[in-house]
Design a protein around this ligand. Structure first.
Ligand SMILES: Cc1cc2nc3c(=O)[nH]c(=O)nc-3n(C[C@H](O)[C@H](O)[C@H](O)COP(=O)(O)O)c2cc1C
Length: 407
């Protein structure tokens, strides 16, 4: 683990190949450009697409770009430490990996690569219930930093959901997250066009795309076909990928109602967050039910394009519940500067999704380690530049935020 007691000189990679990768990929934009050259096109499109014409993604990015900070100088001769405590656990930085279903389609084995990198760096890793690793394998890979996200399995009075909570407790999950922002199934155009809507049946074009990506094929040989590992044990015995997809579609769906959130809250004894919140009234409702953390998100622009960027809703939610709940945020994070912007506006931590997929696609197995290091280094440099001695001190900064939503 990196030594947080010493001021660090950039770059501070715990990954021994940090400098080499950094020269090729100074920011996540380079990773995104390189990613499609190493994975089949359908795999890149799956991980990178937004809803519709990607306008929601563009809005998320421009919302961050439009937030400016007036620095104070003469106060910070070194780069500040960025450790934080979230729900009673210390992490190396206020940066986490957001839950993603199917990352192993983008890069075979990606779920566990991200989990192991998060454990090495000691930042939160969130496994999606639609992920490609079992709860038990992810817990073994990331024992100190393991969070789990659940979608709504409503059949049989939530029998599967409650069994997932039982497994989560046995596996030592630190924080349980319920996703609320998928009330309906929407389509993502690039995913549809790439041939991935519905069942996974590689057509000739997809087979060709695989054969011209040897690095990805090798990762596939090492790790096997991507599967919904966490939920596969509830599917009929011997079910293959498509039977599991069918099973998931039939049993999973809709967003948790507040009554259901309350049932899960009462049953889960550890910290719990709700993910996908954008309205302060919803945040208040969740806190009133005993939820410990509000996770702002518009699903990275993957649901519909017209949703507000989460960062624009942050000030109002912090004003409403910031003193009563831990505030987390994702959707649009592409740099440590973005993390600093979120902290300055009152978030306790920020999470990233797509950029971890760009990193693993562009760099391979070392991608997640590289991106964590990059985000931490950029965050320290950004905080140092504005004169903040800690993540919490970023809140004292003078901020220009023209997009902030007034409720
Ligand atoms: C490929 C992919 C799959 C995702 N699957 C899930 C999921 O299973 N559960 C969930 O709560 N969010 C899911 N998300 C949303 C992320 O958790 C997160 O909200 C989003 O990616 C953050 O935005 P960013 O991609 O701009 O960083 C997914 C995102 C991506 C890119």
């Amino acid at each position: 683990m990196r030594d947080m007691t010493k001021p660090a000189a950039l770059p501070v990679g715990q990954n021994p190949n940090f400098d080499r990768h950094h020269k090729r990929f100074p920011t996540t934009a380079w990773m995104r450009t390189e990613a499609p050259r190493h994975v089949p096109r359908f795999a890149f499109e799956y991980g990178d697409t937004g809803a519709g014409n990607d306008v929601g993604i563009a809005h998320n990015w421009s919302a961050f770009d439009n937030i400016k900070i007036v620095p104070r100088y003469g106060v910070m001769p070194t780069l500040p430490p960025v450790e934080v405590k979230l729900f009673g656990t210390r992490y190396a930085a206020p940066i986490g990996i957001a839950p993603m279903g199917g990352p192993s389609l983008v890069w075979p084995g990606a779920d566990l690569l991200m989990a192991k990198a998060a454990q090495r760096a000691r930042i939160p890793y969130t496994l999606s219930v639609a992920g490609g690793a079992t709860i038990e394998d992810a817990a073994a890979a990331a024992p100190d930093v393991f969070w789990l996200q659940l979608y709504r399995f409503w059949h049989d009075e939530h029998k599967i959901g409650f069994d997932l909570m039982r497994r989560a407790k046995a596996a030592g999950v630190k924080v349980l997250t319920l996703t609320l922002d998928v009330p309906v199934r929407t389509t993502r155009s690039r995913e549809t066009y790439a041939g991935l809507a519905g069942e996974f049946r590689p057509n000739l074009r997809m087979l060709y795309e695989m054969t011209v990506r040897p690095r990805w094929l090798l990762a596939l040989l090492r790790n096997g076909y991507p599967r919904f590992a966490t939920i596969s044990e509830y599917a009929p015995p011997g079910a293959g990928t498509n039977e599991i997809i069918k099973f998931a579609r039939a049993n999973m769906g809709g967003a948790f109602s507040w009554e259901e959130v309350k049932r899960y809250r009462d049953a889960w004894k550890g910290p719990m967050t709700v993910k996908g919140i954008l309205h302060p009234k919803d945040a208040e409702k969740a806190v009133a039910l005993g939820i410990d953390g509000i996770w702002l998100s518009n699903h990275g622009g993957r649901q519909i394009e017209a949703l507000t960027p989460s960062i624009d809703c942050l000030p109002a939610i912090v004003a409403a519940v910031g003193k009563k709940a831990t505030i987390l945020l994702d959707s649009g994070i592409r740099s440590g500067q973005d993390v600093m912007r979120a902290l300055a506006l009152g978030a306790d931590a920020a999470f990233a999704g797509k950029s971890f997929l760009w990193a693993v696609a562009a760099i391979g197995d070392e991608g997640p380690d590289q991106l964590i290091d990059l985000y931490i280094d950029e965050l320290r440099a950004s905080l140092g530049q504005i004169g903040a001695h800690s993540p919490a001190e970023a809140r004292k900064a003078k901020i220009l935020h023209p997009g902030a939503v007034k409720f």
